[in-house]
Design a protein around this ligand. Structure first.
Ligand SMILES: Cc1ncc(COP(=O)(O)O)c(C=O)c1O
Length: 340
C-alpha cells in the first residue's frame, strides 16, 4: 500500500484540474518577457501582496537568494533568525552567492523582536561589516509553522527603515500565515521591502515561487535571476499551475491547519510530546530517539522526517485527509520507547 506521506507539504501531486490548466496554458518566451501566463501570475501576485511588481522564479531558495543579492553589497551584514531557512537550508548561499556575513539570533518561536535585533546591528565603524538587511520567515518552518506576531514585524520594519536597513521576508508559507491569522496577505507584508512566496508547498503546484517588492528592486532581481540560471522560456506551463493553485487551494489550507491541530490534540503517549503550539500545518514532536520513532512509523506505512535531535516533523497538506490523520495518531499513540 502507498505510504501516507507527512514528510512535507511539498510532496503533493497535481490533480486533474491542475494538469488540465497546465495543458491549456498560453505560453511565450519569458526571457523575452513574452509569456502571457507568467505576466498574469506576476501581476496577480504583486496585487495580492500589495507590492509594485513580482518576479516568477523556479524555487523559494532562488527567490530568497535573489532578494539577498539585490539588497546588499559583498561583505555586508545580514541579520536573521538562527533557525531560518536562508541560514540552515540554502547551502551557505548568502556567503557563496553574495559574499554576505550573517548574524544569527535566536528568536522566540522563530520571531525576532527589535529589542533582540537592535544591539546586534553593527555600528558605523570601519572595523565592521556594513549592516544592510534583516531577514524574517513567516510562517517559521523550523519553529513549527509559527505565525510571526504582526506587531513585531511592523516594529522591525519601521525601525529597520529608520536606520537605512531593508527587510526581506521568506514567505514560503505566507499563505498559511494569512489563513491562520485572518490578515490579508498585503497587511502581512506591508512592513517589508521584499517577500518570497512559494506555490509548491501548501498550495500544491509542482514548481514555482515569486519574489515581490518595489519595481526597481524586482527589475534588479530579474537580472540576478538570469545570472543564477533561472531565466525560463515557456514558463507559462508552470505559472498556469501556480494560478490554479491560488484559485483552488488557498482557502483549503484551513483544513490542513485543523488536521495538524488534531495531530497535536490527539497525542496521548508518555514517550512523545509536542515541541510547540500548533498554529498552521506543521507539527513537531519530541521523543528520545527520533530515528526509532521514524522507523516505527515507517513500518506502519507512515512517512515523517527527523527535524534535529529528538524532533520529528509531520506536515499536513492537500493529500492528507481526516482518516489518514487518525491512522497516524493510532500509530503515534502505540509507540513504546524500548529501554536502552
Ligand atoms: C521556509 C522556507 N523557505 C524557503 C524554502 C525553499 O523552497 P524551495 O524548496 O522551493 O527552494 C523552503 C522549503 O521548504 C522553506 O520551508
Amino acid at each position: 500500500m502507498k505510504p501516507i506521506d507527512f514528510r512535507s507539504d511539498t510532496v503533493t501531486q497535481p490533480d486533474s484540474g491542475m494538469r488540465q490548466a497546465i495543458a491549456d496554458a498560453v505560453v511565450g518566451d519569458d526571457v523575452f518577457g513574452d509569456d502571457p501566463t507568467v505576466l498574469h501570475l506576476q501581476d496577480r501576485v504583486a496585487e495580492l501582496l500589495g507590492k509594485e511588481a513580482a518576479l516568477f522564479v523556479p524555487s523559494g531558495t532562488m527567490a530568497n537568494q535573489i532578494a539577498l543579492r539585490i539588497q546588499t553589497r559583498p561583505g555586508d551584514q545580514v541579520i536573521c533568525e538562527s533557525g531560518c531557512h536562508v541560514y540552515n537550508y540554502e547551502q551557505g548561499g548568502p556567503a557563496a552567492l553574495s559574499g554576505l556575513q550573517l548574524t544569527c539570533l535566536s528568536g522566540d518561536r522563530g520571531a525576532l523582536s527589535w529589542e533582540l535585533i537592535a544591539p546586534a546591528i553593527h555600528p558605523d565603524d570601519d572595523h565592521f561589516s556594513r549592516p544592510s538587511l534583516i531577514c524574517l520567515e513567516n510562517t517559521h518552518n523550523r519553529a513549527g509553522g509559527c505565525v510571526l506576531p504582526q506587531t513585531l514585524v511592523e516594529k522591525v520594519g519601521y525601525e529597520a527603515h529608520s536606520q537605512g536597513l531593508n527587510v526581506h521576508l521568506d514567505g514560503a508559507r505566507l499563505w498559511n500565515a494569512h489563513v491562520a491569522s485572518g490578515r490579508t496577505l498585503a497587511d502581512l507584508v506591508r512592513p517589508v521591502d521584499t517577500v518570497s512566496v512559494c506555490f509548491s508547498k501548501g498550495l500544491g503546484a509542482p514548481v514555482g515561487s515569486c519574489l515581490a517588492g518595489e519595481a526597481a528592486l524586482i527589475r534588479a532581481g530579474r537580472r540576478v535571476r538570469k545570472l543564477y540560471g533561472g531565466g525560463m522560456r515557456q514558463a507559462g506551463i508552470l505559472a498556469a499551475a501556480c494560478l490554479y493553485a491560488l484559485d483552488h487551494n488557498l482557502p483549503r489550507l484551513a483544513d490542513d491547519h485543523r488536521r495538524a491541530r488534531r495531530l497535536a490534540e490527539g497525542l496521548d503517549n508518555p514517550f512523545i510530546s509536542l515541541d510547540h503550539e500548533v498554529e498552521t500545518n506543521i507539527v513537531i514532536y519530541r521523543t528520545a530517539h527520533e530515528e526509532r520513532l521514524l522507523a516505527f512509523l515507517a513500518v506502519r506505512g507512515l512517512l515523517a522526517v527527523a527535524f534535529g535531535k529528538g524532533r520529528v516533523r509531520l506536515v499536513t497538506h492537500l493529500m492528507i485527509d481526516d482518516e489518514q490523520v487518525e491512522t497516524a495518531l493510532t500509530a503515534l499513540n502505540a509507540y513504546v520507547e524500548e529501554p536502552a
